[in-house]
Each structure stands twice: as structure tokens, then as C-alpha cells.
Design a protein around this ligand. Structure first.
Ligand code: 3PG
Ligand code: MG
Length: 427
């Protein structure tokens, strides 16, 4: 069980409070960006996580810091997996910052110390993937000491990885603090904590929470916590089918967690007891999955989704799988969202990666944007797939805040103390 943070979140030191001139500043960033191989080269598909760190790096640069950046990429499990090298990220960062970024193909050792030792005020160095060492995820103290060799000051701007108690997110901070060095939040970290934390403590009402995604088990703790704040909770995505099953409806071939019906029922009961409006889809877009006889790369059968149709009512036929909220649900959800003053959204309404099942997600996304732009609502998007869906619909820039964290934003919304934040110096 995670430790829950108190309501008024203790203020941490930020990068603005530091005197960094001429100092070596170890900056943990989350450059775990989506990549793809194109003509034998790894290409970055989405630079959001890089772009969002630029204000911190620019501020540190102006203040004369010598920056040593550390990050992970993928899950190489202690292997030097070449497709997970951060080298392409160094090139991209240099391009975006309009200044050179040095790169060393390791994150500890002599080469790192030598390069870090010749940095001038305002210079940047990006280290190779910290997860090339198993000691990173193990939060090994000897490894943390090695990372900290080049660090006089520690800055954590990696909100997306702050739920991990790893050497570069937690251990290094402890080492630096023990030596009397200061550990501060970066500007992105600060913004994430403000919007996902402070802004939701006393949200302007009505506060509408929109939750989707595949699993009830991923979101149940968030639901539980938000039931104490929200006026309305709208449920979409595959997790709605578990709620439906729990209410006694038929769900056909839809994705479901049959062992989670009890927690689903408990959430609905808590909502009723607290007077929170709790809405489930009243219709769905469904299709009939047909086995093609083929298997995918992972050895799973490839299904063809045929006969896409609207299924009105709560019961889904035996042969059908629910893949999106239906038009009536989308209309109702949009209407509720348009009346909100604060909106928190996490998780798509359907299988939006397939255009045929993106309509529900797109309709609610447009409603979130309209509530923000026309009615002055504050809209906060909890990272991961919902951000991807918003960007895919071309609406990313028109909400109040989009988190760069996936798992981290969920854990933070649950009220957990994130190890990467806990390790920072208090103000
Ligand atoms: C993320 O992409 O969610 C973060 O970078 C953390 O990555 P991880 O889930 O592999 O720890
Ligand atoms: Mg993850």
C-alpha cells in the first residue's frame, strides 16, 4: 500500500531557488520517448517529453549551470540494447535548444567524469541510458554513488519516472543531500505537481472526472480518491464493461475483468453514498470478432472486427465486442463536460487507435476543448493514452494541462507520495 500524501502537499525546493553558477547540476529528465526504426535508424516519434524540459534547461543555462542530464529509455533490463540508446535524443535536444549537447555512451565512469569536468557554464551533457545497468532499477547505493560523482546539485524534472524509486530518480538525490547538496524540482515537475495535485485539491465546481482505458484495476484507486472531490464521474473504455457486468448486464465478447466486479460495485455504492453522479455508457459501438487463423508477432490470434454497429441498451449480444461508447453516450458525456468548471480526463473512451472506434473519444475530446476555450473550464489530462488521443485529434494544445506522466500521473492522482518527489529538499 502506497503512503498517501497529506492534503496540503509539502512544498519542495525548485530550480528557481538555486544558485547554480559554475556548478555541476545532475538533471534527471524523462526522455523515455516513443521511437521507431526507419531505414536502419532510430527515429523519435513524439518530442513532447523533450520539449517540456526546455524551460528548465534554459533557466539553468541562463544561470550558468553545467548540466549533466540522465534518463532511461525503454526497459533494456541491464543490457546495452542499441535500439534503446539515448544518442538520437541528444541530437534532437541540441536541435530544439539551438545549442550543442555533448553525449557520452555511458552514465558512470571515467569518460563521464572527464567530459563533465570540462563543461563550461551553460554547457550540456546527456548521459547514456541509465537502465543499461541493472543497478539503476535496483536503486543500488554503490551505483547511485557512482552517478553522483559528477553531481554537486540535483534537479529532478522527470515527473513521468517519479513513481520509480530508482538510482537516478531517488538514490542520487539521497547521496547529494547527504553531502549537503541541494535537490530541487525542475519547472516541469513543479507544473505537474501543481496541476495534478494543488489544482485538484479545491477544484472549481462542477468537477467532472472522465475515466477510460482498459482496466478497472488500473483506475480503481484513482476512482476511490476522486469520489471525495468529484461531482460527476463518467466511465468509458473497456473498464466500463466490468462495471456493466457488475450491474448484471450482458457484455458479450467485450474485454472484462471478471474478478473486479466486487470493487466495481463498491465504487458505485460509495458514489451513491456520497451523492456523486456516476455514469456508465448507455450504448456502445460493437463489432463481431472473427478469427482470421493468423497469429501476430506475439503469437496471439489476429481477429477481424466485422459488422461494426451501434448497440443501444446495456446488454451486448453474445457474438459482439464493445469497442467504443455509442453516440447517445457520447452526446450525454459531452453535455455534462460542457457544464463543468474543472475537468480531469484519464483514459480513452474506446479503441481509438482504430479510426472506426475513435469517434467517442473524439467527441468527448472536443467537448473538453470547448469547455476550456469557451466556458473557461480548467481541463487537466492525466497522461498516457488520453494525451495520445488528444494529439491524434489535433487538440493537444487547447486544454489547460497535459501530463507527461503515464503511470506516475495515475499514482499521483491516487494520492501516493512519489519517491522521486519525496527525495527532494523541502523549501
Ligand atoms: C513512462 O514512460 O511511463 C516512464 O518513463 C516510466 O517508464 P517505466 O514504466 O518503464 O518505468
Ligand atoms: Mg510505463
Amino acid at each position: 500500500m502506497a503512503i498517501l500524501r497529506p492534503l496540503a502537499f509539502m512544498a519542495k525546493l525548485t530550480v528557481r531557488d538555486l544558485n547554480v553558477r559554475g556548478k555541476r547540476v545532475f538533471v534527471r529528465v524523462d526522455y523515455n520517448v516513443p521511437m521507431e526504426e526507419k531505414a536502419g535508424q532510430m527515429v523519435i516519434n513524439d518530442v513532447t517529453r523533450i520539449r517540456e524540459t526546455l524551460p528548465t534547461l534554459e533557466l539553468l543555462g541562463q544561470n550558468g549551470a553545467r548540466m549533466i542530464l540522465a534518463a532511461h529509455l525503454g526497459r533494456p533490463k541491464g543490457q546495452r540494447e542499441p535500439s534503446m540508446s539515448l544518442r538520437p535524443v541528444a541530437a534532437k535536444l541540441a536541435e530544439m535548444l539551438h545549442r550543442p549537447v555533448a553525449f557520452v555512451d555511458d552514465c558512470i565512469g571515467e569518460k563521464v567524469e572527464k567530459t563533465a569536468g570540462v563543461l563550461k557554464d551553460g554547457d550540456l551533457l546527456l548521459l547514456e541510458n541509465v537502465r543499461y545497468y541493472n543497478e539503476e532499477e535496483a536503486n543500488d547505493s554503490v551505483f547511485a554513488e557512482k552517478l553522483a560523482k559528477v553531481a554537486e546539485v540535483y534537479v529532478n524534472d522527470a515527473f513521468g519516472a517519479a513513481h520509480r524509486a530508482h538510482a537516478s530518480t531517488e538514490g542520487v538525490a539521497r547521496v547529494v543531500a547527504k553531502r549537503g547538496g541541494r535537490c530541487a524540482a525542475g519547472l516541469l515537475m513543479e507544473r505537474e505537481l501543481k496541476f495534478l495535485g494543488d489544482e485538484l485539491e479545491q477544484p472549481a465546481k462542477p468537477f467532472v472526472v472522465l475515466l477510460g482505458g482498459a482496466k478497472v484495476s488500473d483506475k480503481i484507486n484513482v476512482i476511490d480518491r476522486l469520489l471525495e472531490k468529484a461531482d460527476t464521474i463518467l466511465i468509458g473504455g473497456a473498464m466500463a464493461y466490468t462495471f456493466r457486468l457488475a450491474s448484471g448486464a450482458k457484455i458479450g465478447k467485450s474485454l472484462v475483468e471478471p474478478d473486479k466486479t466486487e470493487v466495481a460495485r463498491a465504487a458505485v455504492a460509495k458514489a451513491a453514498a456520497r451523492g456523486v453522479r456516476f455514469e456508465l455508457p448507455v450504448d456502445n459501438l460493437v463489432a463481431t470478432p472473427i478469427d482470421t487463423g493468423k497469429v501476430n508477432k506475439k503469437g496471439k490470434p489476429v481477429l477481424d472486427l466485422q459488422n461494426v454497429r451501434v448497440n443501444s441498451g446495456k446488454d451486448i449480444p453474445e457474438d459482439a465486442e464493445g469497442l467504443d461508447i455509442g453516440p447517445e453516450t457520447a452526446r450525454r458525456y459531452a453535455e455534462i463536460i460542457l457544464g463543468a468548471k474543472t475537468i480531469l480526463w484519464n483514459g480513452p473512451m474506446g479503441m481509438f487507435e482504430d479510426k472506426r472506434f475513435a469517434e467517442g473519444t473524439n467527441i468527448v475530446a472536443k467537448a473538453v476543448v470547448e469547455a476550456t476555450q469557451k466556458h473557461g473550464a480548467k481541463s487537466i489530462i492525466g497522461g498516457g493514452d488520453s494525451v495520445k488521443a488528444l494529439n491524434q485529434a489535433g487538440l493537444g494544445r487547447q486544454v489547460t494541462f497535459m501530463s507527461t506522466g503515464g503511470g506516475a500521473s495515475l499514482e499521483f492522482l491516487e494520492g501516493a507520495v512519489l519517491p522521486g518527489v519525496a527525495a527532494l529538499s523541502d523549501q
